[in-house]
Ligand binder design. Structure first.
Ligand code: ATP
Ligand code: MG
Length: 137
């Protein structure tokens, strides 16, 4: 079984959508094997999104990600990385397929409710940024 890293973003935690998003995750056959609610520091958010540091939306993205607590998760299942990307839908909710998290819940391309790792290598790196091995069961 594969593992991926997930974030329920501030726009979703603010609107009390953690349970609804978790239901979508579980209905898709992914198991939540670790989960905690945290408030990112600015440094953590900048490190997490370092790949986007030169993009015009970087400042806005970091401000958004630290604006409210988030829920960080490890999801486990067959092809978990690709499957969760599918369950989330396109980055821009206007392009997201019916039934996806972003179609159902996202507010905009920035405030798009969910993050999921885009590769198995990144999943391992991102999981290690937020969870100790013994927190994943
Ligand atoms: P994530 O990495 O959060 O899972 P993603 O892989 O679908 O999302 P990326 O291209 O990696 O999309 O962008 C990371 C995040 O940056 C997006 O999820 C979104 O919150 C924000 N973002 C991306 N493009 C824009 C944009 N044009 N304007 C504002 N915010 C954006
Ligand atoms: Mg991404």
């Amino acid at each position: 079984l594969e593992r991926t890293f997930s974030i329920i973003k501030p726009d979703a935690t603010r609107r009390n959508l953690t349970g609804a998003i978790n239901a979508t995750i579980e209905k898709a056959g992914l198991r939540i094997v670790a989960q905690k609610r945290i408030l990112l520091t600015r440094a953590q958010a900048e490190t997490f999104y370092a790949v986007h540091s030169e993009r015009p939306f970087f400042g806005e993205l970091v401000d958004f990600m630290i604006s409210e607590p988030i829920v960080v998760q490890v999801l486990e299942g067959e092809n978990a990385v690709a499957k969760y990307r599918e369950v989330m839908g396109a980055t821009n909710p206007a392009n997201a397929a019916e039934g996806t998290i972003r179609k159902e819940f996202a507010l905009s391309v920035g405030e798009n409710s969910a993050h999921g790792s885009d590769s198995l290598d990144n999943a391992k790196i991102e999981i290690a940024q937020f969870f100790a091995g013994n927190e994943i069961v």
